[in-house]
Design a protein around this ligand. Structure first.
Ligand code: HAM
Length: 424
């Protein structure tokens, strides 16, 4: 039997429902913030990522799936979406003299060592904004991420870390100072860091090696190099986060693994997924449009790692529900007499339309009401709707509250019934 390629994800039917739900919630949050959908190609010229993400990054150096096209062009499966989104908007003249707020979703490819939460084909939902220089858009994007976690009920499981890298000139000065400091002691660095000293020295700050971390204690610190303008931008962002009541931690070692960042960088992390703790990451990349051949245009954005967010959502639900309950539906429509199954179909569809966030399951296959209510309970529904043959004529809803004995059962006019169900 031919098996799946290592690290390429199969999403099985039992997981598919959760993926749809999580993707749906996140997309709705993005749309409510008036971001517009774009779709990016899976394949781009390798040069786009080499110039955009950076030659010396792990992604470009060793993680891309690169192939030669039949005419000899070097193409790569996209390892991320930011460079492509700049390429696309630039190519279609959508960055000149205008602002843009866009989002995209889909698989990305990186040849990394697979483990739980880290795959070679993984999924991102990314948001990018162009043409806005102030910290207010950084705040909007972080607020957007927060709204995503709230929509999924996982906001208590994630922590926001922020930092500023300063202007690209400030970064350059810091890079030189770090190399000058570490070069005389390069023998003492771990192998990866020694290599990075030549290629991408700021990534050494990310090293998990304790001996390297000890050496870094006395190293020059990035915040001492950050320019005044960047600090003002950063202070502005912190005020906005305070105003939105979004908790955050400042992490001066947060540098990010892609080369295009300047000024603000941020990451949402969790303690609940072991070593793969970053669930969303992003920042400002004011120089990228220019680096890819366009006019200077500020840019900022983030990408959510969907695989990890789905895992978190599953954990949150497992923590919340009683053992043994599956929570596959919210509302269960019961058929009290055999002749009312067509009324049940009509009511179930009306409920789905009126309550787009609720999962409505209709009972199939007969059986008395007691048996149907048992099924409603087993699938974790909060309420059962009891359909009687005159339900359509009467325009009423009979609601049985399965988790709240104090209300029990009530019959309400259809609109009042919908309002009642909205409380769940
Ligand atoms: P990134 O930090 O490389 O940033 O990836 C963003 C998120 O994608 C990570 O925080 C993680 O949740 C998820 N992710 C990355 N690699 C994997 C993997 N191998 N398996 C599972 N999940 C993964 C970017 O990609 C930037 N383009 C983000 C950005 C957008 N910055 C500005 N705009």
């Amino acid at each position: 039997m031919v098996r799946a390629v290592r690290g390429m994800r199969d999403i099985l039917p039992e997981q598919g429902r959760r993926w749809d739900l999580v993707e749906g919630e996140l997309t709705r949050v993005l749309q409510r913030h008036a971001y517009e959908a774009i779709r990016l190609p899976l394949l781009e010229f390798t040069e786009l990522f080499a110039r955009g993400v950076g030659e010396a990054t792990d992604i470009v150096e060793k993680e891309m799936y690169t192939l030669a096209d039949r005419d000899g062009d070097s193409l790569s499966l996209r390892p991320e979406g930011t460079a492509s989104s700049v390429r696309m908007l630039q190519e279609h003249g959508l960055l000149y003299n205008q602002t843009q707020r866009v989002y995209y979703a889909g698989p990305m490819f990186r040849y990394e060592k697979p483990q739980k939460g880290r795959y070679r084909q993984f999924y991102q939902i990314g948001a990018e904004a162009y043409g806005f220089a102030g910290p207010d858009i950084d705040g909007e994007l972080i607020g957007l991420g927060w709204a995503c976690w709230q929509a999924l009920g996982i906001e208590t499981m994630v922590t926001l870390e922020i930092n500023t890298l300063g202007s690209s000139e400030a970064r350059q000065l810091y890079r030189t100072a770090l190399v000058d400091f570490l070069t005389p002691m390069s023998e003492l660095l771990d192998e990866d860091s020694r290599r990075r000293l030549e290629t991408n020295p700021m990534r050494i700050l990310d090293s998990k090696n304790p001996a390297t971390q000890a050496l870094l204690e006395k190293a020059p610190k990035l915040p001492d190099f950050v320019d005044v303008q960047s600090l003002e931008h950063y202070e502005g962002l912190k005020l906005l986060l305070d105003a939105m009541q979004i908790p955050y931690q400042e992490n001066p070692n947060l540098v990010r693994g892609l080369d295009y960042y300047t000024h603000t960088v941020f990451e949402w992390t969790t303690q609940d997924l072991g070593s793969q703790g970053a669930v969303c990451a992003g920042g400002r990349y004011d120089g990228l449009v220019e680096r890819l051949g366009g006019r200077p245009t500020p840019g900022v954005g983030f990408a959510i790692g969907l695989d990890r967010v789905v895992l978190l959502h599953e954990l949150a639900e497992a923590n919340a529900k009683a053992p043994g309950q599956d929570r596959s539906a919210d509302i269960y429509v019961c058929v009290t007499q055999p002749d009312c199954s067509s009324a049940a179909l009509v009511v179930a569809n009306a409920l789905r339309q009126a309550l787009p966030k609720r999962r409505v399951r209709q009972h199939m296959g007969g059986g008395n009401l007691k048996k149907q209510l048992k099924k409603a309970d087993a699938c974790g529904a909060d309420v059962a709707i009891l359909i009687e043959s005159d339900a359509l004529d009467q325009q009423t809803l009979t609601i049985k509250h399965l988790r709240d004995a104090s209300i029990g059962q009530e019959t309400l006019a259809f609109d009042a019934g919908i309002a009642r169900l909205q409380q769940y």
